[in-house]
Design a protein around this ligand. Structure first.
Ligand SMILES: Nc1nc2c(ncn2[C@@H]2O[C@H](COP(=O)(O)OP(=O)(O)OP(=O)(O)O)[C@@H](O)[C@H]2O)c(=O)[nH]1
Ligand SMILES: [Mg+2]
Length: 414
């Protein structure tokens, strides 16, 4: 599983500048005023000794009790809890502030490995720019310049060295690993869109709900199933926890869990809610899936609860959003050359996932995987609970759109 780094620091220290450099993108907005980043950004990090995931967070003010800063702090806390290591940024030009000390205390309590980076250090003697930050007691501060790239590679390699090594008991390995024998299908989407319900239905049993391992918020569930002689592993990113004696599907959207599941999968089902807006986050995730070279299936759940007009509206919006996401994915893959991307993206996926990805595409594994066990998914015998797919003609061959009905499953609140 790819290690994840989270960039944390008070407003305006240069987190988004560093994020853009690490992801070689311009995804995060950068400006010379505090509080610009309001939501977490995430992407694949580049330019280090091994691949990794990186999350940008909003300016962190852990002691604020209400308002937007409070909401942002909550998100940042969650990102820290889920991360493998934290890169804590401070501003070498402004010097140490009380806010930095508050964040340092919180990071120490989090138990996560932390690397302290003193940003905006270009043109200043390293000892001078880092001197006062030793008192944060978070190890030797590393002077960097996010804007100019100085020491950035070292910073990431130091942080990655603190991340746990990929372990042999990784669920990905337990589930068949990358030997190509299993097609891994990840189900991702916002809380309560019905991920666990879909997974339960595909498995044909109440299996997901039975798993309850406290403290595994960032671990997805890997569930094997076979059908028609093919081997699949479903990756369920919905969290489940126990309340008293009852299992409840209380989900918390986990960026890192979602990204890791995408990285690990051959096919990703992005589940949307027919009764909710298609959010920026959904579009961002779709772009990330395509960027990662994974096959994407967009499924709209709870389709049974809406009328004809709304259905037409969703299809229209989905078409627009989907095209935008595809364009986004292509732009990232090929640096602006939309035509070339189509031919580049696919061999890239093949290279990364070997025969599995190729097989998934060739045989329409995404579609097969979406049909619950015990049915023949060939066109005439599609499960009635999963409506006919719509395939806008201009979508790339890797993508499909499936419109799913909600399947009531006892015990799952999704
Ligand atoms: N001199 C110098 N300026 C930098 C460096 N990194 C970032 N900046 C500037 O610092 C300002 C804030 O940068 P951002 O990346 O938006 O900071 P941030 O931490 O993401 O800010 P919030 O999202 O508001 O918390 C911008 O004007 C950047 O150009 C650096 O290495 N050196
Ligand atoms: Mg920012």
């Amino acid at each position: 599983m790819l290690p994840s780094l989270v960039l944390v620091g008070r407003p305006n220290v240069g987190k988004s500048t560093l994020f853009n450099r690490l992801t070689q993108s311009r995804d995060a907005l950068v400006a010379d005023f505090p509080g610009l980043t309001r939501d977490r950004h995430f992407g694949r990090g580049r330019g280090a000794d091994r691949p990794y995931l990186v999350v940008d967070t909003g300016g962190f003010e852990p002691k604020v009790k209400s308002g937007i800063m409070h909401a942002m702090a909550k998100q940042t806390r969650q990102a820290i809890a889920e991360s493998d290591a934290v890169v804590f940024l401070v501003d070498g030009r402004e010097g140490l502030t009380a806010q930095d000390s508050n964040i340092a205390d919180l990071l120490r309590r989090s138990g996560r490995p932390v690397v302290l980076a003193v940003n905006k250090a270009e043109g200043i003697a390293p000892e001078r720019v880092t001197a006062e930050f030793h008192e944060l007691a978070l190890g030797t501060p590393l002077p960097i310049s996010s804007a100019h790239g100085e020491n950035v590679r070292d910073l990431v390699n130091i942080a990655l060295a603190l991340c746990p090594a990929e372990s042999a008991d990784d669920p990905a390995d337990a589930a068949g690993g990358d030997d190509g024998s299993r097609i891994k299908v990840a189900v991702v989407g916002r809380p309560n869109v019905g991920k666990s319900t879909l997974v339960n239905t595909l498995l044909g049993e109440e299996r997901v709900i039975a798993f309850d391992e406290p403290g595994t918020t960032r671990d997805a569930l890997y569930l094997d199933f076979d059908r028609d002689g093919r081997h699949y592993t479903l990756i369920d990113t919905a969290g489940v926890r126990r309340r008293g004696k009852v299992f409840e599907a209380i989900e918390k959207f986990s960026v890192i869990k979602t990204l890791q599941a995408i990285e690990d999968a051959n096919v990703v089902v992005l589940l949307l809610d027919a009764q909710a807006e298609i959010s920026e986050q959904d579009a961002h995730i779709a772009g990330h899936i395509l960027d990662a070279g994974r096959a994407l299936v967009v499924a709209v759940n709870k389709w049974d609860d809406i009328g004809t007009e709304e259905r037409a509206e969703i299809k229209r919006e989905l078409g627009q959003r989907h095209r935008a996401a595809v364009a986004l994915g292509r732009r990232r893959v090929c640096g602006g050359n939309v035509q070339a991307a189509d031919t580049q993206a696919h061999p890239r996926a093949r290279r990364r996932r070997g025969a599995t990805a190729a097989a998934a595409r060739r045989d329409g594994a995404a579609e097969a995987a979406l049909c619950p066990p015990g049915r023949n998914e060939s066109a005439g015998d599609r499960d009635p609970r999963i409506g006919a797919g719509s395939h806008p003609a201009d979508l790339p061959p890797l993508s499909g759109t499936f419109l799913c009905r909600r399947v009531p499953t006892a015990g799952n609140a999704a």
